[in-house]
Write a protein that binds this ligand. Structure first.
Ligand code: BDR
Ligand code: CA
Length: 311
């Protein structure tokens, strides 16, 4: 199998980091375009550079928008990921630099240079992608696939706004632009990531058996894992890693449903909610392949390799 060629839009973020470790282990990373989200852009860009240093890879980092497209976000996710987004370890200033090109322009250029070759993996609020689409609506025709981590298709969500998932709830207008513009994409939602959480004890064994990548991940994940435990979230939840597994190997998906999916932009209680037309009543094009189940054993192995476990 040829290695997938991935263009990753990300807001690192603890689970973004695991996803990027997976991408490095199983695919080629063409670039990291960085959004504000889990924490401010200053931190997410720095964290992306820290990851590039860890991987020892010359991966280009492109900084994107500092704010959502239209309305200021209510909250970031520093209370989960740490104030700096990487568990407040206090890493030194990274050596890897930042490219002199903004994220949206880089997404457009890279997909023009390699039309039809790149899989776009969106692990963050969709601000950079939406801006790129407004600059050039031809973007969808140039990517092989778009895989989005976002949404809460059964309305549980993980934000202060009950039905909303973080990436969509942070910038609903951007999610709307992306969901309306791409004729097809794969959607890995929050509730799928809850169903595919790793067993805590087993995950700790993987961390002990891994290499420096496992050490790094174990350190940055500790704040988020404590938060999840204190809030009755079961297991090690790795939303972005699940989306990355689907991006790297779509055959890992064992159950999905393709539906029209829309984003609520207003709503007294529901701004940022994911609206799914499960039964086709709205007669809108069914553009989103909603990932419902993946092969957990294969997902586990992909993560183990990314953490440096051998065998
Ligand atoms: C998503 O929000 C962020 O906190 C995570 O990195 C992930 O992309 C989960 O809702
Ligand atoms: Ca993320």
């Amino acid at each position: 199998m040829t290695r997938p060629q991935l263009l990753i839009d990300t807001d690192p973020g603890v689970d973004d980091a695991l996803a990027i470790l997976m991408a490095h282990a199983h695919a080629d990373i063409v670039g990291l375009s960085v959004a504000a989200g889990n924490v401010g852009l200053h931190h997410t860009v720095r964290n992306a550079r820290t990851l590039v240093d860890l991987l020892g890879a010359g991966i280009a980092v492109f900084a994107g928008c500092t704010t959502p497209l239209v309305r200021a976000a209510d909250e970031d996710a520093a209370f989960v990921h740490g104030r700096d987004g990487f568990g407040d370890i206090g890493f030194p200033e990274p050596k890897a630099g930042v490219a002199d090109e903004s994220a949206a322009l880089a997404l457009l250029r890279l997909t023009r240079e390699r039309p039809g070759e790149l899989t776009l993996v969106a692990l963050a609020p969709l601000t950079n992608l939406a801006l790129a689409l407004r600059l050039d609506p031809g973007l969808p025709a140039r990517v092989a696939r778009l895989v989005v981590m976002g949404g809460a298709v059964t309305g549980h969500g993980n934000t202060g706004k009950v039905p909303a998932e973080f990436n969509v709830g942070f910038d609903p207008e951007a999610a709307h632009v992306v969901f309306e513009s791409f004729p097809q994409f794969e959607l890995v939602d929050w509730e799928a990531s809850l169903r595919h959480a790793f067993d805590e004890t087993q995950f700790d064994e993987w961390l002990r058996a891994g290499d420096q990548r496992a050490d790094f991940y174990g350190r940055i994940a500790s704040t988020a894992r404590s938060y999840n435990l204190q809030h009755a979230r079961r297991g090690v939840i790795a939303a972005d890693a699940l989306a990355m597994a689907v991006a790297i190997d779509p055959s890992i998906v064992t159950h999905s449903q393709t539906c029209a999916v829309m984003i609520e932009l207003d709503g007294r209680l529901t701004r940022g909610a994911t609206v799914v037309d499960w039964t086709g009543r709205l007669r809108r094009p069914a553009q989103a392949k909603i990932v419902l189940e993946v092969d957990q054993a294969r997902f586990n192995v992909m993560v183990q390799r990314a953490l440096g476990m051998s065998g």
